[in-house]
Design a protein around this ligand. Structure first.
Ligand SMILES: Cc1cc2nc3c(=O)[nH]c(=O)nc-3n(C[C@H](O)[C@H](O)[C@H](O)COP(=O)(O)O)c2cc1C
Length: 209
């Protein structure tokens, strides 16, 4: 079993891999470990806005290929995980806060206030649900990619796909918005090299002036 790389090394070593070993079979145990880590992401009010559609049947990956503009990693990776965001995550508020009450993490009074606050926020504008789905599901996506790398696998996040065709072909309920696709598998070739602008251009202290 691959030894965990440690967080900072994992972050350094994660890159977007596009060439995968098409014969490599990812075990269900590894897949579930990775999804488990993704599911531990933080989220607004702990509403857990993500859903993971695991596409790991070859015929389904082939169906996805043209939808993702023929990006080869779609068919060569062991799986493609579609990260979906829940536009109506407020519908989960009652059951999620009830579990917190049952576990003794929250009082019934706080639960009541929270559910009310959540519903009011979602009812104020559809943009709220959309924005929260995007932000929170993206956090789960990052967890997923780092967990995969820590276990010795590679990923590539992909925004390059036709969202409308994806929704139709994969019968995604209207409640969910596709955020990104992530290929997951064993690298055949390393990722194209990439660099980052220096922190001096990215970090500001106390004011951006
Ligand atoms: C939201 C998002 C969408 C992306 N879409 C694609 C894509 O469709 N195809 C692709 O090959 N790479 C895609 N990438 C990968 C980026 O090109 C890559 O992350 C960036 O160049 C930095 O390289 P690195 O991830 O290897 O460090 C995407 C990345 C993100 C975060």
């Amino acid at each position: 079993m691959q030894e965990d790389l440690g967080l900072f090394q994992t972050i350094e070593e994660r890159h977007s891999v596009k060439n995968y070993d098409p014969d490599f079979v990812l075990s269900q145990e590894d897949l579930e470990d990775i999804l488990h880590a993704a599911n531990l992401a933080p989220s607004s009010w702990n509403l857990q806005h993500w859903r993971f559609l695991v596409i790991n049947e070859q015929s389904k990956q082939e169906e996805l290929l043209p939808i993702a503009y023929n990006q080869q990693q779609i068919v060569d990776a062991s799986a493609v995980i579609a990260i979906l965001g829940d536009l109506e995550a407020n519908k989960e508020a009652d059951s999620i806060t009830q579990s917190a009450v049952d576990a003794g993490f929250m009082s019934g009074e706080v639960k009541h206030l929270l559910v009310d606050q959540i519903n009011k926020a979602y009812e104020s504008s559809a943009a709220v649900g959309h924005q929260l789905a995007l932000v929170n599901a993206s956090l789960a996506a990052m967890n997923l990619m780092l967990a995969a790398k820590a276990k010795g696998f590679d990923t590539c996040p992909m925004g390059g796909f036709n969202a409308q065709k994806f929704l139709e072909s994969f019968d995604i309920p209207k409640r969910y918005v596709p955020i990104m696709l992530i290929s997951l598998g064993k690298a055949l070739k390393p990722a194209h090299r990439s660099s980052r602008k220096p922190l001096s251009e990215k970090v500001f202290y106390n004011t951006m002036k």
